[in-house]
Every structure is written in C-alpha cells, then in structure tokens.
Design a protein around this ligand. Sequence first.
Ligand code: WTA
Length: 688
Amino acid sequence: MSQERLTTLLTEQRSYLPPQHGKSSAWVCGSEEAEALYRAALDDPNDFWAARASQLLHWFKRWDKVLEADEERHKYRWFTGAKLNASFNCIDRHLFSGRRNKAALIWQGEKEMDVRCFTYQMLYTEVCRVAHALSSLRIRKGDRVALYMPMIPELVIAMLACARIGAIHTTIFSGYAEGGVRSRIQGAKAKVVITADAAVRAGKLKPLKANLDPILEKCPSVAHVVVVNHADLYDVKMTPNRDIWWHDLIEDFTLDVDFPCESMDANDPLFLLHTSGSTGKPTGIMHSTGGYLTYAAHTTQWIFDMRDDDVHWCTADIGWITGHTYGVYGPLALGATTMMFEGVPNWPKPDRYWRMVEKFRVNILYTAPTVIRSLMRMGEAWTERYDLGTLRILGSVGEPMNPEAWHWYHRNIGGSELPIVDTWWQTETGGAMISPFPYATKLKPGSVTKPLPGVDAAVLRDGQTPDMDTSEGRRSGHLVIRKPWPGMMLGVYNDEEKYQSYFQRFGCYESGDGAEVDEDGYFWILGRIDDSINVSGHRLSTAEIEAVLASCPEVAEAAVVPMPHPLKGEGIYAYVVTRDEVPWSEDVRKKLRDTVRRDIGALASPEYIQFAEALPKTCSGKVIRRMLRKIAGGTYDDLGDTTALAKPEVLKPIIFGHQNLMLGQHETASAAAEEHGQEKDSTAEKQD
Ligand code: WTA
C-alpha cells in the first residue's frame, strides 16, 4: 500500500454535504432515504434485488429463484429460470414508452463537425440490420464475436446486435497491439472479428485492419472479419471469402429490418471482457445477461441520479468495463441519452471536454482522475471560457482520486457545488460497489464513501475470516465483498481455477485492492495489493509485461513493478537482467520499450528500465517484488525483512542503479525524449 496515500488519508479532513438544490426530486433524496435502503437490502437482500430487477427491466419470463448459491464452489446464479434480452431492454421497450424519437446515442467524432446522433428508433433499425448480417455469417447464440474497434457508433451497434442474437461479444481496446489482441481473440475463440480500417487518435490514423491481418494467421477460430470504413483508408487489403466491408454486409438488410430478440436465460453470458490478472495471460471475465443488466441499470439510476432529460457522458473507452456499464448498458437500459467521444481530451487543445459539455449541454460527466490531473495541469483558462452550467453530477472511477485533483474538479468544473461520485469497482464486479449517492452522502475528498445498499464490503487481514466482526474503528486490509450481488462475474472463461483463486484467501470475493476504513465507515482505496499496475486507471499485469520483456533475446530476466507517477497515478518500472554479452545501452532500452509497445501497446511501455546484475530472490528462487517496488518508489531504508534473501548483496547495486537512473545520468537525453513521446501516446490512449 502506498505510504503517500496513507499520509493523504490522515491529513485530508474536509467534508462536503450533499447539495440541497435538486435534492427533492432525486432518486435517493437524502440521508434518511439512503439509510432506509441500506436497511432494506440488509434485512432481505433477495427481496431488495428482486424489486430492483422488476422495476428496472423487462423480463420475458420471471425468475423461479432470485438467487441460487453454491457456497462451496462460490457459484452464484441470479434470477434463475428468468428470460430476457439485453438488446430488447436497451432499445425495443423504449420505442413504446414515448422515447422513440429521443436521442439514445450522440457521437462526437474527433473532428468538431463530425457528429452523429441515433434516436432509439434509428438505433433499433441499425442493430436489427447488423443482427441480420451477423446471422447471415452463421453467428448463433453462444458464439463469440470480437470487437476490435475505435470509439464509433458501430461499436455500440455491434454490441447490441450480438446481445440481440445471443452472441457473446468481447471488445478489445483499440490501443492494444499485436500480443494483446491475439491473446484475447484466441482466448475467446472468436468466430467473427469486427474492426475498422483505422482509428483516429490525436490527428493521426492508426490502422486496425492492417494490424489485425498478421494476428489472424494465428487465430484459426476466426471465419470472417467485418470492416467498418471509418477513415476512408484506400489501401485496405481484404482477404477473399473471409473479409467483408460492414456497409456491404448490411446493404442487403435495408427493408423489413425487424430481427426478433433471442430469449436468453438470465445466466447466459452477455459478454466477455479480458482484464489483466496475476498471470501473463489475460483473464476473460464473463458477465451474465440478467444479473449484470439489473446491476448496470440499478447503479446508473441511483449513482448518477439519471433523469429522463439528462445527457450522460461517460468518457471511458468502451474497450474497458466502465464503457460497457456506464457508456452503453446502464444508460440505454434506462432509456437515457448517452454520449460517445472518439477523440482525446487534450487534442487539438485541452478544452475538448469542456467544449463538448457546453455544446451538448451535458448533465452528468463521469471520467477518471488521470484525465482530471492532466487537464488540471493546463490551467483554468481552458475551463473558464465555457458554460458548464448544465452539469449536475460529476463522477470519477479507475484509480484513487488525490484530494488536489478532487478539489480542482469540484471547484473548476463543479462550481464548488456539484457532488462528485467517486465510484470504486472492477471488471469483475460489473458495476460500482462503493460510491456515494449524489444527493444523500456527505463527501470526503479522496474517499469512495460507503458500500452501496446490498454490497457487503469489508477489509480483512490475513488470517481473518468473513464472519469476523470488523465493523469498529479505523482499520485497513484487503478489500473483500462478503455476499453475492447481481453484477458479479458469472465466471472466468475457460479457467475455473482462476475463478476460484478470487475466493481462495478469505473464502469470499477478494478484490486485490487494499483499503482503509475510517471511524465513520468511509472507505479509502489504497491501490492494488496483487501484481497489477494501475496506469491512468487501466489495469495492467506485471506478469504480462515481464513475459514480453523476457521474450527479447537480450533479456535473461525481468521484474516489473509500479512506481508513483504524478499524472498517471502509477508508472511502470522494469528491472532487467541482460544476457552476458548484451551491453547496457540506450539502444537496448529502446528495443525493449518498442517490443512492449508492439506486443501489448504504448500503455504498457515502461517509464523506466533499470539494468541490473541480478534480482533479489528468496532461497527458492522467487523474485521479491516487494523490495523492488520500494526501491522504484525511492525508499531504500525500509525494505522489510531482508533475511529471506538468498543473496543479500544484490540489493546495494540495485539501489545504486536506481539512484543513478533518477539522477538523470548518462542516459538522460534519449530517455527523456522517448518518455515524452511515450507519455503523449499513452495519455492519448488512456483518456478514454
Ligand atoms: C482501481 C475499472 C480507487 C482499483 C472500473 C480496482 C479504483 C481497479 C477506483 C479495477 C476508485 C477502480 N478509487 N481505485 N474509485 N475504481 N479502482 O477492472 O484498483 O479496469 O481494483 O475496473 O481499478 O480496474 P478495472
């Protein structure tokens, strides 16, 4: 856990009461109502969730049981026996509730004049056409369709078309490079990949289809590739009988477009989304149709206090879970208007977000601390020139929000009055778990406040069990969830062992994060305890980066750890032991960085690469990352128990090497130039 964060915790004592204005009409309109909800969920969780499921969704058939739990195997099945379809819930039913001509999706392209808007009726038509088209490619219920696409409306349309026919979509962040894309397609055994000719990022074109071609040689499951012509690239190579343009494919389905929704079991998977786990292999998190959609709609309504005339903008890229739940499924299930932006916040100028807020009269803005920090750096002149008066609720997700960024967001974007909902959750949880209610919860900057009703979050120390009473006083430990909730993952695709590993240590769901709970029961997230790195709110696996570094012929061994970073929250620090004959040169550094970029993506490229003679290891040969983490953070005198080290003498040169690297030393010039470029890249990719 980060020392810096603990210090922040202890010094930040300001708190903010919920706003009065707008409170009376809020979904959860004050602390008393919130208390009643917490109690109701505690008294009878099944009743609570059943009521929410019936209020929020349309079910073709009601459930037989609200929850079927197999505690032994940690299997929880929600709304068993029920039937529904996510596409029906996100589109069809709104056609008959007065929202037919309401904007469902507003898309702002990177170019200011590129705007596309889909009413619910238009979205229905497009989704049905694509459902027909996928069906003509023999995609059926249960098949996997990979979506390697930029932030364009076709991505949302493709997701909902998959949901309509019961296919399982798996989106792949368009910033991923070869290895990242390949392992995800292979992991899902996708039959069809939908992509675009290119993505547009900060004024540049990034080819997607051309990137995909060599990858597909190693993905035998893929029978067809559908390509959206997004950037008018003229030299896209199409493989006969395999590749087809999106517009050609849907051309045949212009009339008589209705495509009936498949009746899905509540526990049929809706999608698969890979996240970084503790191994080098991405973890395919599987979410259910009924439980996930209930939880997405439920949290969107209460946390963002969603009203019918709101314009909701979740800035996350749909390649990540945040974009799934709060960019697509949550808002559309509620019949809301959701915004989608192709570009990045700082291009062509750092006013892009504020310009959009004014242009579309955005009411709810949900973004990430890394975005706030990078825009904060640009100064207030960029925010002051815009009318941000329509904003009602601000949100944050993905990483701990430092109080400085919180106050800047609150003051400059929220006019010192808007509530900030800092929401803690994960790909595995499906939706937010710990979050304030905007009109009911007192805020403490930097805290994600309290677990939502029905969410039994706690902090446990090693050796404690879930039934131990941990409710008194200030305490810290592993953040766990002790009871099931409808948004929880259905499983890990084709990897039962990995699924079980979440429950191994405490017998209940372990998040992998550390947290502190204060005397008022407020949660403060301290960051990852496991081997993940959170770069600008994106979870990356140290093992995955290490595996790529180790695949370079120059490298004998590599260890990757997080280090504090002022903008990105955490940066990536790599220790590399080279093979005997390999010199420690800038060229090698560059080559290693390039390999990571090419294989995983710019996001994963190490900030620093330190060459070392040897790594600190236990007698059994396990690298002690805890020490390497401390050294990367500049802490040399508190390395913990060094007696477990097989060769304690390796530490001194590592510390010396770190000092050298930090001092700027011989390698500065090229490293700095490169880092600059790298930072620009990864900020761009990240500002989703
Ligand atoms: C971190 C993103 C502090 C945390 C939704 C978690 C946060 C990981 C917060 C999940 C927050 C998410 N404050 N840290 N409000 N929200 N995190 O799966 O470490 O991409 O475990 O899901 O992000 O990342 P994931």
